[in-house]
Design a protein around this ligand. Sequence first.
Ligand code: GYE
Length: 324
Amino acid sequence: MTMSFKRGVVSAIAALSLLSLAACGSDGKAEGDGGSGGDGTIKVGFSQLGAESGWRTANTESIKANLTAENGINLTFVDAQQKQENQIKALRDFIDQDVDVIAFSPVIETGWDEVLQDIKDAGIPVVLVDRTVDTTVEDPFVTWIGADFTAEGVTAGEWVKENHPDAKIFELQGTMGSGAQANRQDGFRSVIGDNVIGEASGNFTRTEGKAAVEAALQAYPDLDLIFAHNDDMGLGAIEAIEAAGKVPGQDIQIVTVDGVHDGLVALLEGKFNYVVECNPAFGDQLLELIKQVAAGEDVEKSTIVVDEAFDQTITQEVIDGRSF
Ligand code: GYE
């Protein structure tokens, strides 16, 4: 078995011409507010959904490292602590601040119609980041950058099907109603859905993942494989399994998504069995998209970040060579 492989397909689903971006370019900005009116910087409002996981921390670091003043960006970054109402408030503040570009990573898919319409009416282009939206607003965003969550679920499912075709699976879901949860679940179940004997959400956090697995070990004493929608919940699962006197990675196999540092260390230690990467370090690509959007240039409608996958043949060198 190979240690890793390329799975994603890079970008380029379609190049679309943008909405009327002229309205949100350089016209009418107050001088000296750090916006685009005077000094040529691009005023960006970024609503991050939270700080729930290692993935999110790495993603925030990558965004902040790239959307800098040196790179021509005047960034307002707001963390919504996994609450949609906080995100909506941040987005409204960005409208009031008349930013040049709004970027956001939506905590769940629905509930954005009103605010997206208001952003559109204000003529501010939206760059959607990471998670996806489900909205009745037409052309709600100019471009989206993120991972192919369905493909991640399929990759995880295929590994289970090949290596543990009789597994009794407990699925540890991410935040319910988020694109990352819904699509990883769909992809996984399209391959090995009949083997799923139970499910619960751990909201993409270690603490809630642990609690969900504690309950699952009682409710489904036969379970012998956990598919966790992210590393952090898988790390919580390790704690719950060990506390129950079982051996993670042996008595109960663990398959996760993300490939952040702590997850890959668990894989190296034999506590995780397979990890599908979801690469959070795309701040450089986001910067380029934002610059193009602010300049009114045509951009690809979607950019899919390339992922890999790892099994227990992973080495310390591979882990040390990664940026997240
Ligand atoms: O997998 C998880 C995080 O939306 C891809 O969100 C992201 C997911 C990631 O909480 O760790």
